[in-house]
Design a protein around this ligand. Structure first.
Ligand SMILES: Cc1cc2nc3c(=O)[nH]c(=O)nc-3n(C[C@H](O)[C@H](O)[C@H](O)COP(=O)(O)OP(=O)(O)OC[C@H]3O[C@@H](n4cnc5c(N)ncnc54)[C@H](O)[C@@H]3O)c2cc1C
Length: 293
């Protein structure tokens, strides 16, 4: 568990960070909260010759409302996201999910930029970013590009990010209409990495108070494939349907027939498939109930 030696740089501006990156080249990594990178280095799963620590770069640290969007600088920590009144008001699912990551020590250090850049297939904030199709601001020296979350998470621990690019911010559109939401995850014990996440936002027909018809729904899942996924077939099945026991069950079974989560040390793939059904059913009903209230 002892780290191999590496060069350490702590720039105070983005320009300085990019200058260092281009001068050292090779197998460097940017460092944010260190809650993934450092454990992976300790376990010899990632080897680097240099680390460029981003933490002193003030321009990566902001949380603001801007023309109908919430813009979050990449260095904002999970704890700050969960406690932000702005996020609680406009994006309660994001606040809730950030507050459920691991435990307080991890939330005090881990950053949204680190989580999104790493792109783990069951990371809480990757699931929410995909669900809400967040816009990711990616910069390199002299250029900026914006990538929507559904094009950012592209494979097993693989994102659209190049080695010399930095995620500057993640923006979420403030919903203009009322949505119900739900975020559920299966963990072995408190603080563990999720085995499965089901996240739903849903809009119902306002005219039908009792048995509402779903007019819009988005479903994102973590832990069912090699990256986070949108369950588009299930969304299509549910749009225009009433939220009845039968329809919700059919939708959940459809999801569990599509995805084949890997077996874990504790659970078989078949058990995980069954959990997809159970958790998604729960999430659809919770989101529907919130849309009513
Ligand atoms: C005990 C433990 C439990 C955890 N449980 C959970 C959990 O339940 N759910 C969950 O979602 N996560 C969990 N995590 C992971 C945690 O959320 C991490 O904080 C997060 O994944 C990475 O954020 P970080 O700021 O620590 O990034 P780092 O570890 O510093 O970096 C992670 C990767 O992203 C790159 N990177 C970081 N910032 C940027 C940037 N701005 N631009 C470009 N590249 C960048 C780094 O080069 C590195 O490859 C857990 C971690 C630990 C240690």
């Amino acid at each position: 568990m002892i780290l191999d030696p590496f060069e350490y740089y702590a720039p105070i501006s983005l320009d300085e960070a990019f200058d260092i990156a281009s001068s050292i080249g090779g197998d460097f990594k940017f460092l944010a909260g260190g809650q993934t990178l450092i454990p992976m280095m300790k376990m010899n799963l990632i080897k680097v010759s240099s680390i460029i620590d981003l933490k002193k770069i003030r321009s990566l640290y902001f949380l603001e409302e801007d023309k109908g969007w919430i813009r979050i600088g990449s260095l904002v920590r999970h704890a700050e996201i969960s406690e932000s009144e702005l996020i609680k008001k406009h994006l309660p699912i994001l606040s809730y999910a950030a507050g459920k990551i691991a435990h307080q020590l991890v939330r005090n250090r881990g950053t949204i930029g680190g989580s999104i850049s790493f792109g783990h297939y069951a990371a809480d904030l990757c699931v929410v970013a995909l669900l809400l199709n967040a816009k990711i601001e990616v910069i390199r020296k002299g250029s900026t590009r914006y990538v929507e979350a559904d094009k950012f998470f592209i494979g097993p621990l693989t994102t659209d990010l190049r080695q010399d690019e930095i995620v500057k911010s993640i923006s979420f559109k403030i919903p203009e209409e009322k949505y119900g939401w739900s975020f559920n995850k299966l963990v072995l014990s408190h603080g563990d990495f999720p085995l499965l996440i089901t996240a739903v936002i849903l809009k119902k027909d306002e005219d039908k108070k009792e048995s509402g018809v779903i007019t819009d729904i988005k479903i994102a899942l973590g832990g069912v494939a090699d990256t986070v996924v949108r369950a588009k077939e299930v969304e299509e099945f549910l749009i225009g349907k009433e939220v009845t026991e039968e329809n919700v069950l059919k939708a959940s079974k459809l999801a569990s027939s599509i995805y084949n989560p890997s077996s874990t040390l504790e659970f078989s793939s078949n058990y995980m498939k069954r959990m997809v059904e159970v958790y998604l059913k729960r999430s659809i009903i919770q989101a529907y109930n919130r849309a009513q209230g």
